[in-house]
Unconditional design. Structure first.
Length: 226
């Protein structure tokens, strides 16, 4: 079972490394690849780089496609080579999946049209541009599309997918092995609980980090005829 993660510049590393840690424990013949154009180190939004294990050309097919999100999503959506690979792999994969704003890459590739899906709360409504139905849930399963919400939801997503593939007992064992027993120190993990002031501060920060993101999504949707 080949699991292919798209690794791209300015990816949110936890979007990728969280579910990769879980899916690496699928067992059997499962193999995880981190895929990009070259095998050179790929910078993440956390200030360190990750080494790809394979190039786009070296992975012509996969059983599971997983696309993480991050500041670099806009550049990926505008990258014809990367999007062609996502479209090709997703077109035949048994499971087409994403974490955070990675669902917008799937959407841009035409892989979420007519599907229910989720994303980071700040960008979830943008899924409608690509013919998807946004759902305010941490993990959304619609047929063979499995999407996770923002960043930390990637672990929940991967455990859900593990249960779908290997059964709940195996997923529970993986959860135990990772001691995944969340007890956050603050109740501020959603806009509903964080309050208007904190949400506003976050949105202002994102406007500086990813200027023009909404326009880029709209342009991508128009370019691909959605």
């Amino acid at each position: 079972m080949r699991v292919a993660f798209l690794l791209f510049p300015n990816v949110t590393q936890l979007d990728l490394t969280g579910p990769a840690q879980v899916l690496a424990r699928l067992g059997g013949d499962a193999h995880v690849d981190l895929v990009w154009k070259t095998r050179d180190p790929v910078p993440t939004d956390a200030g360190f780089s990750i080494l790809p294990t394979a190039t786009l050309d070296e992975v012509p097919a996969a059983d599971i496609l997983c696309v993480p999100g991050g500041i670099g999503v806009n550049d990926v959506i505008a990258d014809d080579e990367a999007m062609a690979w996502v479209r090709a792999i997703g077109g035949q994969a048994a499971w087409v999946t994403s974490v955070c704003t990675g669902s917008l890459i799937l959407g841009g590739a035409g892989l979420l049209k007519g599907y229910r899906a989720t994303s980071h709360w700040a960008w979830r409504d943008m899924l409608t541009l690509f013919g998807a139905t946004p759902v305010a849930e941490r993990v959304v399963v619609d047929r063979n599309r499995v999407t996770g919400g923002g960043v930390t939801a990637g672990i929940d997503f991967a455990l859900t997918l593990t249960a779908l593939i290997r059964g709940e007992e195996h997923a529970r064992m993986v959860q135990l092995s990772l001691e995944y027993d969340p007890a956050p120190p603050f109740d501020a993990g959603s806009p509903e609980r964080a309050g208007e002031a904190l949400v506003g501060a976050f949105e202002a920060r994102m406007a500086k980090l990813a200027p023009g993101r909404e326009r880029a999504f709209r342009d991508a949707a128009a370019k691909r005829g959605f």
